[in-house]
Design a protein around this ligand. Structure first.
Ligand code: NDP
Length: 331
């Protein structure tokens, strides 16, 4: 194989970008220890930012996005990774400024590679993808900080999205009582099936009173949206609650007083899945593949071809996706 198919994003003018499926040469991939034939990738919000010219994610174009890839090793200069192994690559620089999983081949450093855990297929690993891994990290942070099912209700925001839906499903599997914030009024059945006990509209989840503290309700929060919904969740957190923060689809801004922190002892914990170290990364993948695996994992994703990526990128930018979108790279 000397050439392969990939989605290529090109800059055509001032802040104008096009997305097309093109033939690319394997020789043009960046240098790296391991060449991987990608079988599946997945669509995350960050991919849509890269695919629409967001310089905070991708500095140089033309570029092939895709922060997730699962596939089989075809060439290896690494002592630890063998030809024929099934592997997952997510995070680090993949799909940002390194050619990513929206192409049939990637070449990456050994340190970026996670061996596919037992009992998980390449396809299933991409149903999780970065979104599922980030949900796993967020749940892990709640638990490390002592938030167990007995502590009380957990709020998940952006609940029908990738990180949100995975968080709802993992928490429900572990026996937590989950309330889900969603803007999609017609997706109550989807969220209930994932295990949410209550669905809250974005309006109800956005306090406009300006009060520094609200009636305490949440023992924990997994926030994926930022802005006013996160502010409201912080103000409505119970004493010693733990709140994780990973996303900014609503807003990157936060306007808060110190009162929830100094009067209720709550903790706001940042999630950076991109730079999470290799060993604990492998541990989270193992948990996702076993005791944290949602009961209906297959129902949480739709599968698309490379050709269908364009319209799905537009949809995720509008906040319109539900669950996970996996991309099949093999023909
Ligand atoms: P998705 O688009 O799949 O999910 C986001 C969800 O948020 C939407 O489905 C929607 O759910 C809700 N939403 C969208 N727009 C708004 C809005 N204006 N106000 C309130 N809610 C909104 O994205 P991902 O799950 O892939 O990513 C979520 C966020 O997490 C992104 O900002 C992403 O960059 C970030 N992220 C961060 C990581 C990290 O390591 N820090 C890793 C992975 C993701 P609903 O309709 O149900 O409300």
């Amino acid at each position: 194989m000397t050439h392969f198919k990939a989605l290529v994003v090109e800059e055509t003018g001032d802040k104008q970008f096009t997305r097309r499926i093109k033939e690319r040469a394997v020789n043009d991939l960046p240098d790296g220890d391991v060449l991987i034939r990608v079988h599946y990738s997945s669509l995350n919000y960050k991919d849509a930012l890269s695919a629409s010219g967001n310089r905070g994610v991708t500095r140089k174009y033309p570029h092939t996005p895709g922060i997730d890839a699962a596939g089989i090793v075809e060439e290896s200069r690494s002592d630890s990774i063998r030809i024929g192994e099934e592997v997952i690559v997510t995070s680090y620089d993949l799909g940002m400024n390194t050619s990513g999983g929206f192409g049939q081949y990637i070449r990456v450093p050994t340190q970026w590679i996670v061996r596919l855990p037992p009992n998980l297929s390449l396809r299933q690993s991409m149903i999780f993808g970065t979104a599922g891994f980030t949900a796993g990290m967020s749940v892990s942070r709640l638990r490390e900080n002592g938030i167990m099912p007995d502590n009380g209700e957990i709020l998940v925001t952006g609940a029908t999205g990738g990180v949100g839906s995975m968080s709802v499903a993992i928490l429900a599997k572990l026996g937590y009582s989950v309330a889900a914030v969603s803007g999609k009024r017609d997706e109550k059945a989807f969220l209930t099936e994932l295990g949410a006990k209550e669905i809250i509209s974005r309006e109800e989840a956005s306090d406009t009173s300006g009060r520094p503290l609200l009636k305490p309700r949440w023992a924990g929060v997994i926030d994926t949206v930022g802005g006013q919904i996160l502010e409201t969740a912080v103000k409505a957190a119970k004493s010693d609650a733990v709140i994780t923060c990973c996303g900014l689809v609503a807003s990157p801004n936060l306007s808060l007083t110190v009162f929830p922190f100094i009067l209720r002892g709550i903790s706001l914990v940042g999630i950076d899945s991109q730079n999470y170290p290799a060993h604990p990364r492998q541990v989270i993948w193992q948990k996702l593949a076993s005791e944290w695996r949602p009961a209906d994992l297959e129902k949480m994703a739709k599968e698309i071809s490379l050709e269908a990526l364009n319209e799905n990128i537009d949809l995720i930018l509008q906040g319109g996706q539900k669950g996970r979108v996996i991309v099949r790279l093999t023909e």
